[in-house]
Design a protein around this ligand. Sequence first.
Ligand code: HEM
Length: 222
Amino acid sequence: MSWLINSSIGRKFIMSISGLFLILFLIFHMLMNLVMVFSMDAYDMISEFLGANWYAIAGTLVLAAGFIVHILYASLLTLQNQKARGNDKYAMSNTKDASWTSKNMYVLGFTVLAFLALHMIQLWYNMQFKELIGAPDAISKGSELVVPLFKNIYYVIIYLVAFAALWLHLTHGFWSALHSVGWNNTIWMKRLQNLSYVVASIIVAGYAVVPIYIYFFYQLPI
Ligand code: HEM
């Protein structure tokens, strides 16, 4: 098993598997958020149901582990690449692809991480964390936090900028992950690149709809 840490292929493999796992979470989270566009009450029912139950906490822990592994390995690979002066780029061994995105995956990932820190403080901390520690002001209805957040144009802009970074990160990351787990023959290369654009665009559009809908169209109940 030491090849997973010691070899460059092993590290890329872990990077890919953790990335694909995080993409599954992104799809699930995006679908749940989209419920807000159809019914705030339905969204509140789901967020109250998830709350701080043992399965939601277990899910959070597994997810946190996924993020930690992904970030640690990204740092390892970036350091390794810098040492190799770009000769052994992340998942790039068979191609000459050196697009802006592929060269800036770490910076883009870092931008997403900065967004995530803000996001956790604004939402997760006030919901799951406070419920977990039994704080009396814990919020169980997601809309009570999300609606005021997205009625503020500055946060709408910050979130949309973060989604743009996420889009760039995913367009390269998804393709690179499939490539690293072995899907790398020449015919499929182009198709997978196109597929990455489609998948990243669907995920990010799903996220972007929510702040735009709330800011422009959602009427606060009187
Ligand atoms: C419209 C955009 C988004 C909305 C409305 C939204 C909403 C929320 C809410 C309400 C929570 C707290 C749920 C709870 O703890 O019970 C949450 C948690 C979380 N969000 Fe988001 N989110 C959005 C975008 C994103 C994006 C783009 C990412 C990742 C890049 C993300 C990652 C997370 C994570 C990791 C958690 C913690 C999950 C857990 O506790 O298991 N969110 N989000």
